[in-house]
Design a protein around this ligand. Sequence first.
Ligand SMILES: Cc1cc2nc3c(=O)[nH]c(=O)nc-3n(C[C@H](O)[C@H](O)[C@H](O)COP(=O)(O)OP(=O)(O)OC[C@H]3O[C@@H](n4cnc5c(N)ncnc54)[C@H](O)[C@@H]3O)c2cc1C
Length: 289
Amino acid sequence: MIPPAFEYLRPSSIPEAISLLQQYGDDAKILSGGQSLIPMMKLRLARPAYLIDINRIAGLSYIKEEEGHLKIGGLIREAELEESPMVHAKFPILIDTEHVIADPQVRNLATVAGNLAHGDPANDHPATMLSLGAKVVAVGPNGQRVIPIEEFFVSVFTTVLEPDEIVTEIRIPLPPPWSGGAYFKLERKVGDFATAAVAAQVTVDDKGIAQKVGIGLTNVGPTPIRATRAEDFLRGKKLDQPSMTEASQLAAQESQPSTDLRGPAEYKRALVKELATRALRHALERAGT
Ligand SMILES: Cc1cc2nc3c(=O)[nH]c(=O)nc-3n(C[C@H](O)[C@H](O)[C@H](O)COP(=O)(O)OP(=O)(O)OC[C@H]3O[C@@H](n4cnc5c(N)ncnc54)[C@H](O)[C@@H]3O)c2cc1C
């Protein structure tokens, strides 16, 4: 299907892009990878009169370690993150996530920032970013603000971003020693969105006691979900099979799945429990215990 007609605008700087966003308000949409927006336009689920293509803005394509954070520029493509040796070494959970997002063609264009900004609870990065305690940097007419990821998602396809704000960076704290993370997703076929998926990131001490725990859930509610009760339960406990099973049960209770063509709610809740157990176990192995 062909999308409805639109005006195409290509700013070369962030101030220029923000000024266009202010000028056209709700009639405008930012275009980055186009891997969610263009399909939605083809299906007539989005009808922006103006597309503001930010791809030519310089200085937004970087992956770097700085001030205790991994910083991912607003125009970094999924494929670039997937190929970063530093990300491989320090964030295997991000590589797990990359491998199950769509397919290589989509990942060549889709941006990590767009994956979050789209606000789709079925997207994979949100849960991983929740488990890692990431922050989203957004720039608008009033300057820059840094938004903790747990405050970012509001409802289906809605985030706290203002219509004239642009995501310019994602910041992830560098994990301390004895940390590990993993992302487990069940999909009906390769390239599909998750039936359910779980991200788990843990930091333990030399006795295997959990110091930090992050658990994020994909596609089992109107927004990506941070399983805080499961996290609280595990913090300060030894990560062993009984504690991880109990936490996974809590994560399943915190999920809010609905019945749809990917399966009944009950099945998805059971899946969350199983995937959380697997993700926690693998995260612990990667923590080097
Ligand atoms: C066949 C197919 C399968 C897919 N499967 C998966 C999957 O399994 N898992 C998964 O996670 N995703 C999947 N996706 C979605 C894909 O990862 C999207 O590209 C991603 O969700 C959006 O990133 P984008 O850069 O393409 O954004 P775009 O499509 O360009 O934009 C998406 C939305 O975000 C806004 N936006 C984009 N960038 C910014 C920014 N910097 N600041 C503010 N707002 C911004 C846009 O205005 C728009 O509203 C799939 C897509 C396709 C086509």
